[in-house]
Design a protein around this ligand. Sequence first.
Ligand code: C2E
Ligand code: MG
Ligand code: MG
Length: 690
Amino acid sequence: MLDRSILETAGEGIVSLDARGSLTYVNPAAAELLGALPKDLLGRDARDFWVQSNCYPQVDNWSKLPIQQIMDGDIQLSSGTAAFKRSDDTQFPVEFLARPLIVSSSLKGIVLTFHDITEKLEGRRALEESESQFRELSENSLVGVYVIQEDIFTYVNPRLAEIFGYKREEIIGKMGPLDLSSPESRTGVKTNVEKRISGEVESIHYMIRGLRKDGTKIDVELFGNRSLYHGTPGVIGTLLDITSRIDAEGQIQYQAYYDTLTGLPNRRLFNDRLDHALKTADRQDQKLALLCLDLDRFKQVNDSLGHETGDALLRSVCARIQNTIHDNDTLARLGGDELAIVLERIEGVEMAAAISAQVLALFEKPFDVGPHKLFIAASMGISIYPEDGETGANLVKHADAAMYTAKKQGGAAYEFYRPAMTASSAEWLELETALRRAVEQKQLRLYFQPQVDLRSGKIIGAEALVRWLHPDKGLISPIKFIPIAEATGQIVEVGDWVIKEACRHLRNWQADGLTIEQLAINLSGVQVVRGDVVDSLRQAIEETGIDPSMLELEITENSIMEYTEDVQGVLLSLRNLGVSLAIDDFGTGYSSLSYLKQLPIDKLKIDRSFVMGIPEDTSDIAIIKAVISLGNVLGLEIVAEGVEKPSQRNIILENGCHIGQGYLFSPPLPAEEFTDFVRKNRLTDDTSGH
Ligand code: C2E
Ligand code: MG
Ligand code: MG
């Protein structure tokens, strides 16, 4: 038997009916639902409130009171939806359950439980209304709208189909989100759809690359929301084609990270890549090499052939390097003619050296730049991670220092970083900056070192040697600043100053009645290839009115060899001005005899390093002998540099070299002291009776 208190307090309406359908029990909830008191309901026929309704069109099937079927034993249980009428004649929908009422084993009637489903039906109606609103909105929407259920699009709007180049019916019910994603975006799309369906995230906003029917890729931005559609869960989302926006952003991104001249990564992107490469190297316990590369004398190309040619040369240099290095390695332009290469997964120093040599070899062939075939060399510095630095900044700094060392030693070479370099490269930079002012602020000085006839001791000439009187550092040796001036192109200005100054002194001495038969001026190879040196010299000679035969130009053997292509013509033009030519530091380079023969030279200066070795070093004596006899064969005069001891003078003289220069006679002297020295020499000369 039913427990009465349960019935009385139940939230559901519960009534019992006898076999004829009259109410025999009504619980309070039922009475309330029916809008009457229980006592007024008892005995009434259930069919009084059980109506056939059509008030909710979404209900297809309104049940009849199933009392007959249950009493007949046809069914044991019946459930369904019915419409009940309240005592005020208003209707409300219910879901009901009808069961037989059995008392003492005999069927006495039925028990009916029911509850009001107005809200449920209203909700469904609201949903349907909202669905139709959704459709109306989305059908005309300018953005793509989609519904995904169980990995299939169950709805897409016309705009979405248009974005992807399909007909709607080709998508709906047939395709899933992965079919509209390009391969690289598929994993992302898959996990995002799963996340939303599983409820891990309610909504999501992201970008993917989409795939159109014609195979083209587009950038789309989507916003998806977990939702119910037709009462079942799915994802409803909107989608925008942002390809043109991405293109514009890409353009901006490109400009921020790439060098527009060469298309290479710029310093910013290079730093990013280097950082990334360092992390990888660290994780995988691997080495990495950083190469800094700077073109030698690039400034001259710009100055003499114009910036457009310079730019084109740079582009073709970069292209050549790019073709040589591994795809994974980064070539970047850090600025000007400064390039850097990150070599990942380097096994050791040897491998870095091999690649550097390969890059350097690229400069052996000329670069085609418009109508020009240009030769240019490069200096490279290498630092290795982790030995030479743990951070990108340090590696760059150290590779740079190594590069400057290579440049100082004449360029066209690579150098590995050594800790001692950092100090000197900082100094180099400082000097480079200060040197820009040195000429205009009159900080350069010309010193003169006498050249002596070894037989008579008579001064027959002098060599002009430049010094830099730095306001803080004092006198700086040309050994220190000439290579800087050469590397930066400032040598042209310095060299022009030296030529003018030397000519001016010659004229002044002449005016003072002091005859210096010959003054030698050092020329840098850089000055020679530039070609203007001929003009500068002609101008200085004309302005001072000196006899050009009083001038001798010294050019080192190494620079002659380095610039073989252009040097010969210039030397000829210089010679045509009436000056004589000497090869300086002879013996330190690799000039061939046949080549020497072709040059319009007058004199060889035996390098100091050979003189230094005598009398002890017999091979130095042999070399000196060889140079002297070579000079004799070619009809060239020979000068020995760096004569410090009488024994050296004697040996040189014995072997047929008649001119010497060195501390034995005098160090280089400032102009005043030099003229005093010459006067004294003439005096002793006169008293000695020559
Ligand atoms: P260089 O032309 O071979 O000049 C000779 C160098 O040897 C000078 O050094 C001179 O001071 C030094 N010297 C001379 N006699 C002796 C000696 O007995 N013992 C020793 N130990 N040294 C001696 P400096 O003046 O320092 O010049 C060094 C180099 O700098 C020059 O070598 C030359 O290549 C370059 N240089 C100097 N002045 C100029 C210049 O006006 N233009 C260019 N382009 N280069 C210059
Ligand atoms: Mg010299
Ligand atoms: Mg020399």
